[in-house]
Design a protein around this ligand. Structure first.
Ligand code: BG6
Length: 477
């Protein structure tokens, strides 16, 4: 058993195309689902508009203009010491509507240039194929992934990317946080995951399961094709992990927490084992859900299993079962309660470093394959001092506490961990709220929620701290 992280441990940062690239119409790019989402706030949801409306402000349209600043940003990543960088390919740069017969060469070229720049600076690209960015056209024409014709459109897009970048990218992921949609009563998560826009009276839960199935099949087919294109590819799934604890030792709470975990994380079973867990199939039967699954689908799920589990970890949750709730209720997370043992961020996210160790152990015990922490971090308000410095000790504390637990999971529990790419190392547009002022970065970007600012980049205190962590391979925190 090793007492430190491996020498080739990946230290990186994670972002998504739509949250930082901007240039939403450059070089033939089409409109994506995130191009029709406005800005919200800690207590205000982002609006999803019918297409791009002239009087609305859409923060993703400009992002932090990484499209035109990436060279300067990568120079800072190099200075920071990153050896990996997770980003996504914007589907709409490659297939602007999702339905073109030929890919858009200018879009493909952009990612060639971006990956070349990363590699030239000693930084390995880690690539997500679909990170809340599906072409908006597929929403209006097909209703998103509820329609199985979208499976083939995704697989074609994935195949083009695998072929084009087969000598530049080694680590891939298919769908970002595919399991967010388990919270199907939230309009934002079903829209960003699957392009679902429900009509009144529709059975949201059943449609969500159909869309999820279609996406899981799309992921498996893409994974199988990717492995055929380059057998060295490491292709993972990407799961949003927030362990769900029972509020008390009452067996009802304990069982409820287990059921809520099943309902939220069956996606990992399908990705890793190539089949649905019995508990979910029986749940669908009891609910009378008719989820179309062809013989080909079931075969492909088996043949397209993943090499590793990529996951995000920000917080944990807790549930309590009162007498009004049944284990078969559609949304068990409606029984969430505050965990009084851990603090909260300004956005109400429960800060629980030991939950990360718990998550790493839970995945390992259940799936026995390598893990990759591809998101973690604290969204916080930063204050720029008169001299331009930013003293973000709260961010340093958050990252330090989580890295400590990550190391214990590796060194004491024997978890097989590929790397750690904290979220938004450079400030970017928040996915959940559209804000710029919900900042995760160790690099500050001068831009606010209203879209004002110079876009100038500068280092926060956490920059030098994280640099030292990487230099010592996590030995000195
Ligand atoms: C994850 C997403 O949900 O969390 C990212 O994969 C997102 O896209 C991140 O930005 C943090 O969430 P938020 O809402 O604070 O941006």
């Amino acid at each position: 058993m090793t007492n430190s992280l491996s020498e080739n441990f990946l230290w990186g940062g994670a972002v998504a195309a739509h949250q930082l690239e901007g240039a939403w119409q450059a070089d033939g790019k089409g409109v994506s689902v995130s191009d029709v989402m406005t800005v919200g706030g800690p207590d205000a949801e982002r609006k999803i508009t019918q297409g791009v409306q002239p009087d609305e402000y859409y923060p993703n349209h400009e992002g932090i203009d990484f499209y035109h600043h990436y060279k300067e940003d990568i120079a800072m990543f190099k200075d920071l010491g990153l050896n990996s960088f997770r980003t996504s390919i914007a589907w709409t740069r490659i297939f602007p509507t999702g339905e073109e017969l030929e890919p858009n060469e200018a879009g493909l070229q952009f990612y060639d240039d971006l990956f070349d720049e990363l590699i030239a600076n000693g930084i390995e690209p880690v690539i997500t194929l679909s990170h809340f960015e599906m072409p908006y056209h597929l929403v209006t024409k097909y209703g998103g992934f509820r329609d199985r014709r979208v499976i083939d459109l995704f697989v074609k897009y994935a195949e083009v990317c695998f072929n084009r970048y087969k000598n530049k990218v080694h680590y891939w992921m298919t769908f970002n946080e595919i399991n967010n949609q388990a919270r199907f009563d939230n309009d934002f998560v079903v829209f960003t995951n699957s392009g679902l826009d429900f009509k009144p009276g529709e059975n949201r839960e059943e449609i969500m399961y159909q869309a999820s199935h279609n996406e899981l099949v799309a992921s498996a087919r893409a994974t199988r094709i990717g492995h055929a294109i380059n057998p060295d590819f490491e292709i993972g799934c990407m799961i949003a992990m927030g362990p769900i604890y029972p509020e008390t030792m009452n067996p009802d709470d304990v069982l409820l927490a287990q059921k809520a975990m099943e309902r939220n994380y069956f996606y990992a079973d399908v990705h890793v084992n190539g089949e649905y867990p019995e508990s979910l199939l029986k749940y669908w039967d009891r609910k009378g859900f008719n989820i179309e699954r062809t013989e080909d689908d079931l075969r492909d799920l088996k043949q397209g299993t993943v090499d590793y589990i990529g996951f995000s970890y920000y917080m944990s949750a807790a549930v309590h079962k009162d007498e009004t709730l049944s284990f078969d209720d559609s949304n068990l997370m409606n029984s969430s309660v505050d965990n009084t043992y851990v603090p909260k961020s300004d956005w109400g996210w429960q800060i629980d470093p030991r939950g990360l160790r718990y998550a790493l152990n839970w995945f390992t015990d259940k799936y026995h394959i390598p893990l990759f922490i591809v998101e973690n971090g604290l969204g916080a308000y930063d204050k720029v001092e008169a001299d331009g410095s930013i003293h973000d000790d709260y961010r340093i504390n958050y990252l330090r506490d989580h890295i400590e637990q990550m190391k214990l999971a590796v060194t004491e529990d024997g978890v097989d961990l590929i790397g750690y790419t904290p979220w938004g190392l450079i400030d970017l547009v928040s996915a959940g709220t559209g804000e710029m002022d919900k900042r995760y970065g160790v690099i500050y970007v001068d831009k606010n929620n209203a879209g004002e600012g110079t876009l100038t980049r500068s280092k926060k205190d956490s920059f030098d701290w994280f640099k030292h962590v990487i230099e010592t391979n996590g030995e000195e925190l």
